[in-house]
Every structure is written in C-alpha cells, then in structure tokens.
Design a protein around this ligand. Structure first.
Ligand code: AMP
Ligand code: MN
Ligand code: MN
Length: 322
C-alpha cells in the first residue's frame, strides 16, 4: 500500500487508459454519485471506463446520468478477467465491493473519506475530513484538468448533498458549501435531487410507521433504537433514512437501527452526536465515520440486539461519566 497525494491520484487517472470503477454494496448517493461523476470525467478525457457494483443500484438514483451504464457482476463470474490499468474504488475499501474485486487483477486505486479505511489498496488517497467521497472526486476532476459539465455536476452534487445530510451534519464545511455552490452553476436543481433521493413508495411509508413503532430508549435515555425483525424487514423496500427519525429524539446521543436481513445476518446502522460510533462499528468488523457508522453482525436477531444494546450502553455510560 502507498498513500498518495491528490496530484498523484489525478496523474494516475490522466496517465492510464482503461478503468474499472467500483463502489460499496448497499450503495448510497455518495457511492453512486462519486462513481458516476468520475466515470463521466474519465470518458470526457477519452478513457475506457466500466462501472460495476455487486448489488442493486436503488431506483431513486435512476435520475443520475449514467445510471443505466452501471453493471452488476453476473451470478457466475466468467473465468476471463477484465483487463484494466486500474480498478478504482470509491467511497469504500476493497472488502466492501464484494465480488467486483475478483473480476480484475488490475492495480487498485482507492479514493475514500472513511476514517476506518483499512489501507489495503495499492494506491490510496484518503481524506477523512471530507464530507463525501464526491467532494474528493470534485477535487480530483479539477486536478485532472477536466471541465465540469451538467452530468458531472449533478452526480457530484448528489454525492455531497446526500452524505452531508443536505448540508446539516458536522461534516459540512465551508468547502462543502463552496463546492456545491460551484456545481449549481452547471444547472443542478437541489429540489430535483432531494425529491428524487428522498422518494419512498406508499408501502415503504407504511413500513416506516411499523418500523418506528419498535423504537426503544436505553442507556439512561442517551440511546434510542429501532429493531426490525425479519418478518418486518421482508415487507420493506428500503430502510434508508429511517434512523433519521430516531436520532432527533430529545436527550438521545446515539441512534441505532438493527435490521435482520436473513436468519443470522443483522445490519447495524448508528448515528451519534458525541459518541465515536466508527470505533464500535470497527470492533464488530464494520466501519464508517465518527458520527455515522455501520456493521453486520452474523448472529440471530435477538442476540444482535442484545450485543449492540450492551455495547452502546457501556460506551455511553463511559462517555457521559467524564
Ligand atoms: P449506514 O448506516 O449503512 O448508512 O452507514 C453509515 C456509514 O458507515 C456510511 O458511511 C457507510 O459507508 C459506513 N458503513 C456502514 N457499514 C459499514 C461496514 N460494514 N464497513 C465499513 N463501513 C460501513
Ligand atoms: Mn457510502
Ligand atoms: Mn461517503
């Protein structure tokens, strides 16, 4: 592994010709926005680019130009590998792109903003102070000397807006606002982006009501959780944004959602005001940011709930004892 500078990352992109781009499973607006923006910029610079995500790309992102070009690895991977000069991984480290890493033997260039990045890539440009990977891609594209256009701009804006909670989270800096303002000059409509990315089906809104009705306070009121068992999860199209209705509870530092995806596989999402939830996520093999992190617990739902409630109760007691 070697850590590289922004200028070196831009140089690698400018000096090579064939790229496979990939991002994390359960792709969010930053994953898809930063990846598609870099795809557009590389194509504009005359490069060959393919984008692979080993998961469904949620329909709410279908308004992004280039969405239809995202490929999913086939169930049985072909034995012939994709030839490329670089596999570029955005908004994640290698282990979160799932089977895309088996599709090519190309050298890995990783561009990320997660403090928990495992630094396993051949070349890593990491800036954990950036609110979104799309902020870094904004800088990289400038450094490459590729001019912004409306396709690049809407993808970058979507990544930045969604990962910063539409400019509300602590990660939002003057840089975030300046980048977004500049991108708006290329015909980005913030209302279109928020309307598209926040859209939920009627069934999902009904499901959200059921999910929210599981809310519990614990850790002496410093934490609140929603706990979604498999039968409930099976009725839901998405759980995106559910946790935002939990972290607003008065007195709550940390919000958690435990979601049973299949027997013995539970996804945990955490959001906090003070507690370092990345540290907790990493302890369980996951990762993220200080105030937004996640992990997967391979255990039955009741046990996952018990484990995460105990861990957060202890961490919050220690934090608020200080
Ligand atoms: P989520 O709760 O899924 O929205 O994730 C919150 C943040 O933590 C995002 O930045 C994710 O990319 C990150 N994250 C979630 N799950 C994991 C994981 N298993 N490994 C590393 N990072 C994760
Ligand atoms: Mn992401
Ligand atoms: Mn991100």
């Amino acid at each position: 592994m070697s850590k590289i500078t922004l200028a070196e990352a831009a140089q690698i992109l400018n000096n090579n010709d064939r790229f496979v781009l990939a991002t994390h499973i359960h792709p969010d607006g930053d994953a898809i926005g930063s990846t598609l923006a870099l795809m557009h910029a590389l194509k504009k610079a005359g490069k060959q680019v393919e984008v692979y995500i080993d998961d469904k790309a949620p329909r709410i992102f279908s308004f992004l130009p280039g969405y239809e070009l995202i490929k999913r690895p086939p169930e049985n991977l072909p034995s012939a590998k994709l030839t490329a000069d670089r596999l570029v991984i955005l908004d994640a480290n290698i282990d979160r792109i799932s089977r895309v890493k088996d599709m090519t033997d190309a050298k890995v260039l990783n561009i990320d903003h997660h403090i928990s990045n495992d630094e396993a890539a051949d070349e890593l440009y990491l800036d954990a102070d950036r609110a979104a990977a799309a902020e870094i891609v904004y800088e990289v594209i400038k450094e490459m000397g590729v001019a912004f256009d409306s396709d690049i701009a809407v993808c970058l804006y979507t990544g930045i807006a969604t990962d910063s909670g539409f400019f509300r989270y602590a990660s939002t800096k003057p840089f975030t606002m300046r980048a977004a303002a500049e991108l708006m000059e290329y015909d980005v409509k913030p209302n279109i982006v928020s309307e598209a990315t926040e859209e939920k089906s009627f069934a999902t809104v009904k499901g959200m009501a059921a999910a929210l009705s599981t809310v519990e306070l614990f850790a002496a009121g410093k934490a609140a959780g929603i706990f979604l068992d498999l039968p409930l999860v099976e009725t839901l199209e998405t759980t995106e944004g559910f946790i935002d209705n939990v972290r607003i509870i008065e007195g709550v530092d940390t919000a958690v959602m435990v979601k049973c995806q299949e027997a013995n596989v539970c996804r945990v999402s955490m959001r906090s005001k003070r507690l370092d939830v990345a540290k907790i996520a990493v302890k369980f093999g996951g990762g993220g940011h200080i105030r937004a992190a996640g992990c997967t617990l391979n255990m039955p739902f009741a046990e996952a709930k018990r484990v995460i409630v105990a861990e957060l109760t202890e961490a919050l007691a220690a934090l608020y004892r200080q």
